[in-house]
Each structure stands twice: as structure tokens, then as C-alpha cells.
Write a protein that binds this ligand. Structure first.
Ligand SMILES: Cc1ncc(C[n+]2csc(CCOP(=O)(O)OP(=O)(O)O)c2C)c(N)n1
Ligand SMILES: [Mg+2]
Length: 248
């Protein structure tokens, strides 16, 4: 569940210089935030371990290194707000308050999992906490999130939608189309890009740089300063060819 936060209720006029004058969050908030971040890190480490032992089927994308990003953003949500994410969403489910054992059960394909064991790592879902997934299709969650925001607007609720996605989704047609409609219709939605330096870095793949004229192409490995690329838990060959690097 979202905890009390100093950013709650901040209006457009309260940003900028004035925001710096606001009191810092309480010690209790700090501790709750830190506890969530640590829970996510420990959960991901354990999930990675289980995946390496072939206890978890399918794909597994860890968010190690993104804990502060995920918890910091979800902290600003009210309990009634909606959250949608990508396939790298264990942290989002945990930050939203889904029990760790229920998320882990889903990874193991158990009926006790938050998606009844049918979704797995990429399709976590917890409607009670307004976490609407968990999507395997890059960019696929963008128009769906806009639809949720449209429903909130249409039914005249105050609910906002936070839609998270990776930098890879900005290469999809859904990205431009959704941004366009959301702006045109003034939808109550926040789009948040989480960049991990490159696309597909979770797969531990090597980016094949554009070939300079007259020379052979050089495979380049991705790099990271914060360990967010270190998961490498998909089981995919490291020779996967990624045509584009979206470093930002
Ligand atoms: C439409 C679509 N095309 C291709 C893929 C294969 N794919 C899986 S992960 C990935 C990279 C996505 O990168 P990004 O959105 O930046 O997320 P990150 O892994 O960096 O968190 C791709 C292309 C997919 N899942 N969906
Ligand atoms: Mg990325």
C-alpha cells in the first residue's frame, strides 16, 4: 500500500522553488520506503537464484538496481490510483503491497499466485491493489493504460493511472499514438520511462553496433554503473542480435 508521503497533494503551483521549501518526509516514511526497497532487492536475488536452479519456468526479468525508481514513484500513488507496468514488474507488485509469497507463488506457477499461477513472472496482476499488470508485449501496456485513464475520466473519478515502460517501448508505434491521444483528451495518466541504458539488457545480449564502412561489425557488451544490468536471467543466448541501441 502507498504510505504517507510529502509529495501527496502537491499541485502544479507547488513545484519548483517552493517544493524545496517543503519539509522532508518523516523518519517513518523513510523507513517504510527503505524496507520496500530492501524487500524488492532480496526478493529479486532469491527469484534469480530459483531461476538459475530451473525451479521457475518461462522468462524472468529482474529489476535489481531499479528499487528506488519503482518505490519512489509508486509512493506518490493513492490506494485508488492504477499502476501498469512491463514484464519487469516484480518490484511494482511488491511496492504496491502484494505479498511477497503471493508474487513468488506466481513465479512458481502455483494456484496461490496473484494471477492464479497462469501468468508467471511477466503477468503479475492484483486488482485489489489496482496493479493491472505485467505485460509481455513491449509497448502493449501503453494504450491499455490510456484506456484505464479514459475510463477514470469518463466515470468522473479522481483516479490517476501511472504507466511505466522501458526505453525500448519508445520505438513502438503505440508510444506516439498513446502520447498523442492522452494529451489530446487530457487523460489523468502519468507515463514513466525506466531506462536501463539499453534495450534488452536484461537478456545479457550484446548490441551489434552499426558497421562502419569497409569494416566488420564489432559486438559490444552493455555496461552499467549501478548493477541494473547484472540480472542476466532469461536463459537467452548472449549472441542475440539487437539492431538498435537506445542508450539514453
Ligand atoms: C512487441 C515486442 N517486440 C519484441 C519483444 C521482445 N523483447 C523482449 S524484452 C525486449 C526489450 C525491451 O526493452 P525495454 O522496453 O527498454 O525494457 P527493459 O528490458 O530495458 O526493462 C524486447 C524487444 C517483445 N516482448 N514485444
Ligand atoms: Mg530498457
Amino acid at each position: 500500500m502507498a504510505t504517507e508521503d510529502a509529495t501527496r497533494g502537491r499541485g502544479p503551483d507547488d513545484r519548483g522553488v517552493q517544493a524545496e521549501q517543503r519539509p522532508l518526509p518523516s523518519r517513518e516514511t523513510y523507513e517504510k520506503v527503505l524496507a520496500k526497497m530492501l524487500l524488492i532487492r532480496r526478493f529479486e536475488e532469491r527469484a534469480g537464484e530459483m531461476y538459475a536452479k530451473a525451479k521457475i519456468g518461462g522468462f524472468l526479468h529482474l529489476c535489481i538496481g531499479e528499487e528506488a525508481t519503482v518505490v519512489g514513484a509508486t509512493q506518490a500513488l493513492r490506494d485508488t490510483d492504477f499502476l501498469m507496468s512491463t514484464y519487469r514488474e516484480h518490484g511494482q507488485a511488491l511496492a504496491r503491497g502484494t505479498e511477497a509469497k503471493v508474487v513468488m507463488a506466481e513465479l512458481f506457477g502455483k494456484v496461490d499466485g496473484c494471477s492464479g499461477g497462469r501468468g508467471g513472472s511477466m503477468h503479475l496482476f492484483d486488482f485489489e491493489r489496482r496493479f493491472l499488470g505485467g505485460y509481455g508485449i513491449v509497448g502493449g501496456n501503453l494504450p491499455l493504460a490510456a484506456g484505464v485513464a479514459l475510463a477514470s475520466d469518463y466515470t468522473e473519478t479522481e483516479d490517476a493511472t501511472l504507466c511505466m515502460f522501458g526505453d525500448g517501448a519508445t520505438n513502438q508505434g503505440t508510444f506516439g499514438e498513446t502520447m498523442n491521444l492522452a494529451a489530446l483528451w487530457h487523460l489523468p495518466i502519468v507515463f514513466m520511462v525506466i531506462t536501463r541504458n539499453t534495450t534488452r539488457d536484461s537478456l545479457g545480449c550484446r548490441i551489434r553496433l552499426p558497421r562502419p564502412r569497409g569494416r566488420r561489425s564489432v559486438p559490444a557488451t552493455t555496461s552499467s554503473a549501478d548493477g541494473s544490468n547484472s540480472s542476466g536471467c532469461s536463459g537467452t543466448s548472449t549472441q542475440t542480435s539487437c539492431p538498435v541501441s537506445l542508450s539514453t
